[in-house]
Design a protein around this ligand. Structure first.
Ligand SMILES: Nc1ncnc2c1ncn2[C@@H]1O[C@H](COP(=O)(O)OP(=O)(O)O)[C@@H](O)[C@H]1O
Ligand SMILES: [Mg+2]
Length: 428
């Protein structure tokens, strides 16, 4: 048995959650290996790691969505293993995901109390009490939401607050996991979330923030745990760590190796001009766009959602050819007309909506990888499987795609992993 999470010794309370030797595999992939660490009551604990490190799997195990293959968990010193999220929730263990799945056609109060409705003496749902309690919970969370609003009309940020209120509904929250909650929030919503989290900490609740950056949790966190490739790397007081140290733990290499010179990215000496865009326009969408891109250079296109960034990319890639302006590739003017032409000229495009635009979920990983060059791989309309396999395997290894088999359909693959492979191939 481990030294962690034993029963209370001489007045020291046991940790809120003690994990010992947690292991979990999916097919051939080991998502977690022998993970042991503690989370204390009344602390804000950051769980950090690169995409695919096993963070979400750990949350799902603790909150009753998955069962571990091996290992033990103790909640306030008592052994526990929840067989469903509902069971975990009754014990005060709650996970809030990035895009909570609520019932869109029900209102806010009905969603908050789904499965745990307050009942009247006659055993029917006590609707009056339900709406009153919902109103109080939402006020407590500073959420500007009415209990009678339909969930269908809410933003992702607002939906997270409903999910949060759900977490609080039974008033016994002991341990709350927030899985990358800030990704979809505006700065104001993030500030509000941090306020709520601090208030919960004062009440003794343990909060685990999942993220892949410590920086965004500045000033909020008491303890930091880092996972790498399914293994526990460290649990330390946040005050002892800075972003560079966390990076080092997360990637297992020094930041200097990744970004020489003080951990700061070194600007590449720009090479020759590869792309020049001159006064590009798309009637009714954007106009007057000019910039150039040099070899070895990463250019960021900043702007608010809806500012037209994706539209500019669509136009440059030939999805919606330009109605004005000129495009030069290696100093030669190109009349952009369709994506096939741009692919042949050496452009690649990773769309924002990878399920909708980038991938064909029903096809295998290898087929998705070689899809853009299918024309070159086939002879007389027939695909050459050996060649397809050879190229697919090379990409899979270059991009560090973790899968049991490349024959696996992309649909069975986790979103995080798909994203990992796309970002590895060069989106900034
Ligand atoms: N349901 C699943 N089926 C197959 N593989 C999975 C599943 N869930 C997670 N994985 C794999 O386990 C590893 C850890 O994933 P995950 O816990 O989502 O990491 P993180 O949340 O840190 O990004 C990844 O390689 C991922 O592809
Ligand atoms: Mg995750």
């Amino acid at each position: 048995m481990s030294e962690l999470g034993g029963p209370s010794v001489a007045g020291v309370p046991p940790p809120r959650l003690a994990l010992s030797h947690i292991t979990k595999s999916f097919g051939g992939i080991r998502a977690l290996r022998d993970v042991s660490f503690d989370i204390k009551a009344g602390e804000i604990h950051a769980l950090l790691g690169e995409n695919g490190a096993g963070k979400s799997t750990l949350v799902k195990i603790v909150s009753g969505l998955y069962t571990p293959d091996a290992g033990e968990m103790r909640l306030d010193g008592e052994p526990c293993r929840f067989l469903s999220p509902m069971e975990a929730r009754r014990a005060g263990v709650i996970a809030v995901y990035q895009d909570p799945k609520l019932f869109p056609h029900l209102d806010v109060a009905e969603n908050i109390f789904m499965g745990v409705h307050p009942l009247t003496g006659l055993g029917t749902i006590d609707r009056r009490r339900m709406y009153e309690t919902a109103r109080a919970l939402l006020a407590d969370l500073d959420a500007q939401l009415e209990p009678t609003m339909l969930v269908a009309g809410l933003s992702i940020g607002e939906i997270q607050f409903v999910e949060f209120a759900r977490a609080m509904a039974e008033g016994n929250a002991r341990l709350i996991f927030l899985d990358e909650p800030t990704a979809a929030l505006t700065p104001a919503e993030t500030a509000r979330l941090f306020r709520i989290v601090r208030r919960l900490r004062e009440r003794g609740t343990a909060i685990v923030f999942i993220s892949h950056r410590l920086e965004e949790l500045e000033g909020l966190v008491d303890t930091v745990t880092v996972l790498r490739d399914g293994e526990h790397v460290a649990s330390r007081p946040a005050a002892e760590l800075d972003e560079a140290a966390v990076m080092r733990l997360m990637v297992g290499r020094s930041v200097e190796q990744l970004y020489p010179r003080d951990g700061r990215p070194v600007p590449a000496a720009p090479g020759r001009e590869r792309l020049r865009v001159d006064n590009l326009g798309q009637r009714g969408v954007f106009e007057g766009i000019s910039f150039s891109l040099h070899a070895g250079e990463i250019v960021a296109m900043a702007g608010l959602v809806g500012a037209g960034r994706s539209e500019i990319a669509h136009t440059l890639f030939g999805v919606t050819p330009p109605t004005a302006g000129r495009v030069f590739l290696d100093a030669a003017e190109v009349r952009v007309s369709n994506p096939r032409q741009m692919l042949e000229l050496g452009l690649a495009y990773l769309p924002e909506d990878r399920d909708g635009e980038g991938l064909i979920p029903a096809l295998s990983i290898v087929r998705n990888l070689v899809l853009p060059i299918m024309g070159r791989l086939s002879r007389l309309g027939l695909v050459r499987p050996a060649r397809e396999w050879e190229i697919g395997a090379k990409f899979a290894s270059d991009l560090q795609i973790k899968a049991a088999s490349l024959e696996q359909a992309v649909a069975t693959f986790r979103a995080a992993t798909v994203r990992r492979s796309s970002s590895a191939s060069g989106s900034p």
